[in-house]
Ligand binder design. Structure first.
Ligand code: CUA
Length: 154
């Protein structure tokens, strides 16, 4: 029993808990409006930053490449929210004061619905975003022209 427990902890260390100040979310730091959306980081990794609030996600339309690891980083500015992306394994809760993060890969191009899956109030049922999975080539072409990519119509 001890050995099993030891192996378990060796293979799955407790995830690092990152906190964020809800009071200054909109003013400074990682989750200001201009920093939300999909970024191609200097190390070549793809990171989606998003913010949940009653009753929407920002951005409401997210672009990601197929067949590349995509890291999501999100938080909430008010209640506890959460989301899943279509039938993929992307699934997290978004809790005020904490940064939720996970990395996943979307194997196929296409569009997914991204509904809130934690009851967050009267507008919960109407709280959802879309995720567009595009080819790697298309993604790299689109993100070349912008610091933060989304498919929100402007
Ligand atoms: Cu946000 Cu339910």
């Amino acid at each position: 029993m001890m050995i099993v427990t030891g192996l378990h902890w060796a293979a799955m260390p407790p995830s690092r808990v990152e906190t964020v100040d809800v009071r200054t979310l909109h003013i400074k730091g990682e989750f200001v409006e201009g920093n939300l959306g999909t970024a191609l980081e200097s190390d070549g990794s793809v990171v989606v930053r998003l913010l949940a609030q009653q009753y929407s996600f920002e951005p409401q339309c997210i672009v990601v490449p197929a067949n590349m690891p995509v890291t999501f980083r999100g938080t909430s500015s008010d209640a506890i929210h959460g989301f899943i992306v279509g039938t993929s394994n992307a699934n997290t809760m978004l809790i005020p004061g904490f940064v939720a993060t996970f990395t996943t890969t979307f194997p196929r191009t296409g569009e997914h619905l991204m509904p809130c899956h934690e009851y967050c109030g009267t507008g919960h049922e109407a709280m959802w975003a879309r995720v567009q999975v595009v080819s790697q080539q298309e993604f790299l072409g689109q993100i070349r022209n912008t610091r933060r990519l989304s498919c929100v119509r402007r």
